[in-house]
Design a protein. Sequence first.
Length: 418
Amino acid sequence: MNSSDISQTTLPNNLKILCIPFPNTESVYVTLIGKVGRRAELENEVGAAHLVEHLFFDGTSKRPSPLAVNEYLERYGGQHNGVTNQETVRYYVKILSEYSEVAFEYLSDIFFNSKLENLEKEKQVIKQEAATKRDDPVTNLARLRSNQLYPKQAIGRTIFEEEENLSNMNKEILKNYIARTYVTENFVLVACGKIHKEEILLLAEKYFSQFKVGNKISYTPAKIEKSQKIDLYPKNLSQTKVSICFRGFPELTNKEIQAQILSIFLGRGFSSRLVDRIRNELHLAYFIRSSHHSFSDTGFFAIDTHVRENDLQLAVSEIFKEIRKVVSGDLKKEELEKAKNMLLSSYLFGLEELEAYSQYFGIQVLFDKEIKGIDYIKKEINGTTLSDIIDTAKYIFTDKPKIVALTKNLKELYIEKG
């Protein structure tokens, strides 16, 4: 699907509406994506974005309990959830196309009629969510990594920092947060699937014309850590979990696509260099992977692996050897073509789901980007050259590394110069 297949309209109250037709499916996916994640919080509001998302499903004036809220949608076979991250909060419903209006009415009800009661109960639920994530070493590592990469910044905050501030949250703070951020300028409504544009606009006007206007959120520019960092956290695990990170690129840019190609070449796929060296040749790890993570104005490149603690130093040394090879220009055309084909397949496989389409195009509209369809992705991937990847690798890997690890006893880790 390309940008010409997408319809964008703005309601009189400035709410942006995105219509994405898929006439051959049986479902409709409706989502409200808001630029109201953790980066939108003020200092006294840490945790508000996530807590509000929870409370929206906790009861409305029409459906006064969590059971009533959930039963209403599930009566029609619908699925729903909310997701809070650093930049956005997303509420969505997926339902059979004959019940499209149910999705719009449901989202409107939780948005405009939520009671915002039972704060203490939902605080306990979030604490349990944090405990679940803390007990999962991979999830725990990812959150420690965010703190290290973006210290003392909203973009680096996680559910752990939210948990620390929950006791300070009250109804007045939440209402002020909603009044300041939950305005049409900070949201896009996306409807995707077996539904006509005319019906989307009719239902959007019916259920969201009450959405208030306000001021657009502007994030404080992100500043990624520039100095070398090695943080080792004691954790009684059978394997050490380690993440090695470098600066990257913002989302929806050609450099982000080149960084994705580099990540595939280096450590995504069973024939990638790091998998072949660390797993197949040295047998140091079962899992090793490189990835590129992007936000609206920043990004980072990560290499993650799980190894025996006694093998960590060797594994890290070997990873840096492979990095130096790429930076020096040791990259074959055949490897590049393979990585390009894998990335294109990854994009296209991912866009087989309505949710992925809604997210991909919705984020572009939310952040006031030009809508770029799949043809743009194909053109950028196919046009990437060996010199592009080498230049991208030099930019990423000349940054000073940031390393975070969960390990049992290790106190020091060294990085070889050069």
